[in-house]
Write a protein that binds this ligand. Structure first.
Ligand code: NAP
Length: 302
């Protein structure tokens, strides 16, 4: 293997340690801790598992963590009033509503009801606009793209002047990571191209990328011969391609593959993220960082 493996699990641990240090210091100096509420509607198993990880991480960092579970048939107006209650609660700095929501609820209305200054997921239109403006305006960059930037920067990959190609233009990954990396700021200042299903020659664009971020959700979409030798390859894709029995638990687990043919790509790239264990661990980590930053904004010490 020639590429350096970018291990999301190691970078996650490094960032969580930094966050814990700051939480302890702020608690000592200001007598407060970050407060995060996770609102879970219904019992979708994937959502339950994701929310459980968020709660565990928040608790391990010493956050005030409120888990608010609501029934599947909650009325939209009741959910909106609940969010409003947390908007007004000074001990809560981050509000997270786990998606997807049941059919009777308008997701957009729910996300737009969260106070933009507590929107630690960064999905409220105000925070999307703040990211677009850039500089000091940015409060809560969306968690997965913010995590991707950390992976790149902490691995020592130069972004300034780099040709970045992002495959995918979703609102949660493609567009925000493109936006983050083109900011006039350290860890950014890149020249960014965004490709999608209507892009005429995807191979051509991938081949000229110094940093290639692939977030398409198509297993093996990026062929090894499309990778520029020495490039940094960030594979965001998480695709379930089968099942296997876990050696640890003896239970059935999903076989996950990325959007890049990892085994061949690692012989050409300079840096590469594995799937799983690359981008995945960064999302909750950056949610914790956004919640800490929300408290710091609140205290005027950001
Ligand atoms: P999405 O909303 O489905 O968007 C996929 C994007 O990829 C679209 O813009 C689409 O283009 C583009 N695309 C699809 N097939 C393509 C092709 N053959 N050639 C070029 N472009 C193509 O997906 P998403 O939510 O951004 O997620 C992308 C992947 O990342 C998924 O596998 C998801 O599971 C994973 N993910 C991982 C994390 C994490 O690890 N924490 C977080 C979020 C997402 P059009 O716009 O033209 O349709």
């Amino acid at each position: 293997m020639s590429a350096k493996l970018i291990r999301g699990t190691e970078i996650r641990d490094e960032i969580l340690k930094e966050i814990k240090g700051e939480v302890d210091r702020i608690k000592e100096e200001h007598g407060v801790v970050p407060g995060l509420v996770t609102i879970l509607v219904g019992e979708n198993p994937a959502s339950v598992s994701y929310v459980t990880s968020k709660i565990r991480t928040a608790q391990s960092l010493g956050y005030k963590e409120v888990q608010d579970s609501q029934p599947e048939d909650i009325k939209e107006e009741d959910l909106l009033s609940l969010i409003d209650k947390y908007n007004k609660d000074d001990s809560i700095h981050g509000i997270l509503v786990q998606l997807p929501l049941p059919k009777q609820i308008d997701e957009k209305k729910v996300l737009n009801t969260i106070d933009p200054d507590k929107d630690v997921d960064g999905f409220h239109p105000v925070n999307v606009g703040r990211l677009m403006i850039g500089g000091g305006e940015v409060k809560f960059p969306p968690c997965t793209p913010a995590g991707i930037q950390e992976l790149i920067v902490r691995s020592g990959v130069e972004t300034e002047g780099a040709e970045v190609v992002v495959v995918g233009r979703s609102n949660i990954v493609g567009k925000p990571i493109a936006n983050i990396l083109l900011q006039k700021a350290p860890g950014a200042n890149a020249t960014v191209t965004v490709a999608h299903t209507r892009t005429k020659d995807l191979a051509y664009h991938c081949k000229r990328a110094d940093i290639l971020v692939v977030a398409a959700g198509v297993p093996g979409l990026v062929k090894p011969e499309w990778i520029k030798p020495g490039a940094c390859v960030i594979d965001v894709g998480v695709n379930r391609v089968g099942e296997k029995i876990s050696e640890k638990t003896g239970k059935k687990i999903a076989i996950l593959k990325g959007d890049v043919d990892f085994d061949k790509a690692k012989e050409i790239a300079g840096y590469i993220t594995p799937v799983p264990g690359g981008v995945g661990p960064m999302t909750i980590t950056m949610l914790m960082k956004n919640t800490l930053n929300s408290l710091k904004f609140h205290l005027g010490i950001a």
